[in-house]
Design a binder for this molecule. Structure first.
Ligand SMILES: [Zn+2]
Ligand SMILES: [Zn+2]
Length: 243
């Protein structure tokens, strides 16, 4: 009875608000309108990069881009297509202290990784350079990785990869420049080399855009002897079908 009363009072003092428009809501994390405008990714999709397809032909479908140049990672999965709404929640997560959001996002991401879960040995975040951590207070990828690890019971290695250079942020660069900007900038920490050799690693990040950063990380891990590299992100930029 008292517990119920406390819940009611808490709700009155701190009402739940939509993560996107801040409107007061009774349940969940979004108002109905914003929930409907989130683009939850689903199959059919490319078996490697998760680019959605309009029609299903078979389970092993691979998109033209991956056929042309097979990514360094084995498979990438994501929860949301990057659009106006996911942009708002990711920005909230990135630039404000939203530890609670990490838990919620990790739950969504964990659901998405069920298929690949048995194949994973280690979980590691895509590293953020120290200077940027100070600016943002948290490495959002590390925060997500920590929370996903709680659900998945896999071993987390927070500093498996380190950034050797504080490169330019990727956001304003062209696809070609992005690849160049992150090429060879990641290094596997020497103390983990024996542990991860021949094993499968799941890399975590908040967003995958062109995939250049994930590719660079995967390339380095494979160079270090890792067997398969998987990538799990909260959101993914969906390429235009005619790209
Ligand atoms: Zn809303
Ligand atoms: Zn693909």
């Amino acid at each position: 009875m008292i517990k119920k009363l406390v819940t009611i009072i808490t709700k009155l003092i701190f009402p739940k608000t939509c993560l996107i428009c801040n409107q007061i809501i009774t349940d969940g994390n979004f108002c109905a309108k914003d929930w409907n405008e989130l683009h939850f990714l689903q199959k059919p999709a490319c078996n490697i990069c998760f680019q959605p397809f309009e029609f299903k032909i078979d389970d092993e479908m691979v998109c033209g881009k991956c056929l042309q140049k097979r990514p360094e990672y084995f498979k990438a999965v994501a929860v949301l297509g990057y659009n106006e709404n996911s942009k708002i929640i990711i920005t909230r997560f990135k630039y404000y202290d939203q530890i609670n959001l990490a838990k919620y996002f990790a739950e969504l991401m964990f659901k998405e990784m069920q298929e690949i879960l048995p194949d994973i040995d280690f979980i590691a975040p895509i590293p953020l350079h120290k200077l940027r951590i100070i600016k943002r207070k948290y490495n959002q990828a590390a925060l997500l990785a920590k929370n996903i690890t709680i659900f998945s019971n896999k071993k987390l290695i927070l500093d498996l990869l380190v950034r050797t250079k504080n490169n330019q942020p990727q956001a304003k660069l062209s696809q070609k420049m992005r690849r160049r900007n992150v090429a060879g900038i990641f290094k596997t920490k020497e103390k983990y080399l024996t542990e991860v050799r021949g094993k499968n690693v799941l890399l975590i990040d908040d967003v995958i855009t062109t995939g250049a950063t994930a590719e660079s990380c995967a390339q380095e891990l494979k160079r270090a002897g890792v067997n398969k590299v998987y990538v799990l992100t909260l959101a993914k930029t969906i390429a235009n079908r005619h790209d």
